[in-house]
Ligand binder design. Structure first.
Ligand code: UGA
Length: 413
């Protein structure tokens, strides 16, 4: 059930209104046992267990906006029990207790509540659902937790049974820790640049320590998306509201802001003033395999470049052009070659796999100057050098164009 009629209509017609690899097939394969509705009455006539998966966007104060969650609870309460509300939305610690206290105060003891946070990544959601690292179930009543656990029978994963506030906290702590890992490696990358070390090798050398692990140690232009920035901010805010100043998260957020801007510094170092220079952005979404632009680094980067007087062009496989409201003054092209034509510099913003197999010689030929800032350390510097590029990554030694006929890379300085 969704209040967005257009979304429901699309789903009824077998169309998935978001981009998520594999979801259209999954929907088609299960069409016979899934139905869609815009009506609470219709939904509640048939369902006892209700998964709440509405968004909880940030408010101007940095708190999570719970108005959609509240609306769902109100609608359910109006129609009475018995029901089991399973919270999938990311809600501040204490929400479950508050909802249940409100329901009890209204005499609705037969509407019970379980916290079951989700850990899906956009672009890998099906895989993450079917083979999760863990399933977290926080319940007030043992039997409610058992009921939700039974729904996951057949999915192999450790089950963490806990209290509701602890389950709520696990979700925030997990996202905050992953964000911390990214800001940490980004700071290591910035130091690597100053001392001539290579962050990719540092990350590999660190990640082989099983206590650290290899994941989320890719340095780049910072984390984006609808979850990390919002959840880190909300946890910081939640701590602050409870009288605790979460210093570490303050730094994680600040490092992430500055990281996007460092790209502008790298461009200026090479090109001098950016006024009148043409800069092409390759990729706009906050990560590959999604069409999501929420909190994407590209938005801040494009705006910074425009305010420096640069002319900005862009290409993203899933963001259509030639104009986009999120990118005022930016010209969007239907392919990478169009975006880089006559450009003084290109910035790889999103590591779309197709950029790895681009004809970089052709790209170099189309540009005014073959200069590339790889914001995700995604491309092979030696291959770029061989294609004629001056290549600058994040925390990696920059390379200059290889002499004609030579495949290897010449490391700068
Ligand atoms: C994230 C979590 O990974 C999920 O577990 C969680 O369920 C979800 O948030 C959520 O709370 O709903 P998602 O936002 O889809 O999932 O994206 P991630 O794949 O985690 O990437 C987030 C950002 O971090 C991206 O901008 C990505 O480019 C960046 N990142 C990731 C790095 O800069 N370096 C890395 O090493 C990894």
């Amino acid at each position: 059930m969704d209040i967005d009629a257009a979304k429901v209509q699309a789903l009824r017609a077998g169309r998935v209104p978001i981009y998520e690899p594999g979801l259209d097939k999954l929907l088609a394969d299960n069409a016979a046992r899934i139905s869609f509705s815009t009506s609470y009455d219709e939904l509640l006539e048939e369902s006892r267990i209700l998964f709440v998966a509405v968004d909880t966007p940030p408010t101007p104060s940095g708190d999570a906006d719970l108005s959609r969650v509240q609306r769902v609870v109100d609608e359910v309460a109006q129609r009475g029990g018995p029901r089991l509300v399973v919270m999938k939305s990311t809600v501040p610690v204490g929400t479950g207790e508050r909802v249940v206290a409100d329901l009890e105060a209204a005499g609705m003891r037969d509407i019970t509540y379980v916290s079951n946070p989700e850990f899906l990544r956009e672009g890998a959601a099906i895989e993450d659902f079917l083979a999760p690292d863990r399933i977290v179930i926080g319940a007030f009543r043992e039997e409610d937790g058992d009921e939700v656990e039974a729904l996951y029978r057949g999915v192999e994963a450790p089950i963490v049974r806990t209290s509701v506030p602890t389950a709520e906290m696990i979700k925030y702590a997990a996202n905050a820790f992953l964000s911390t890992k990214i800001s940490f490696i980004n700071e290591i990358a910035n130091v690597c640049e100053a001392v001539g070390a290579d962050v990719r090798e540092v990350a590999r050398g660190m990640g082989l320590d099983h206590r650290i692990g290899p994941h989320f140690l890719n340095a780049g232009i910072g984390f984006g998306g609808s979850c990390f920035p919002k959840d880190v901010q909300a946890l910081k805010q939640l701590a602050g509201n409870s009288g605790y100043h979460f210093q570490l998260l303050t730094a994680v957020i600040e490092v992430n802001h500055l990281q996007k801007r460092r790209v502008v510094g790298k461009l200026k170092e090479r090109l001098g003033s950016l006024r009148g220079k043409r800069v092409a952005l390759l990729g706009l979404t906050f990560k590959p395999h999604t069409d999501d632009l929420r909190e994407a680094a590209s938005i801040v980067l494009a705006a910074r470049l425009r305010s420096e007087g640069a002319e900005v062009t862009a290409f993203d496989p899933l963001v259509p052009g030639p104009k986009h409201v999120q990118f005022p003054g930016v010209r969007l092209f239907a392919d990478a070659l169009g975006a880089v034509r006559e450009a003084d510099a290109a910035v790889l913003v999103t590591e779309w796999p197709e950029f790895a197999t681009l004809d970089w010689k052709a790209v170099a030929g189309a540009m005014r100057e073959p200069f590339l800032v790889d914001g995700r350390n995604f491309l092979d510097p030696a291959a770029l050098s061989a294609a004629g590029f001056t290549y600058v990554g994040i925390g990696v030694p920059p390379v200059t164009p290889a002499p004609v006929g030579q495949a290897g890379a010449a490391t700068l300085g």
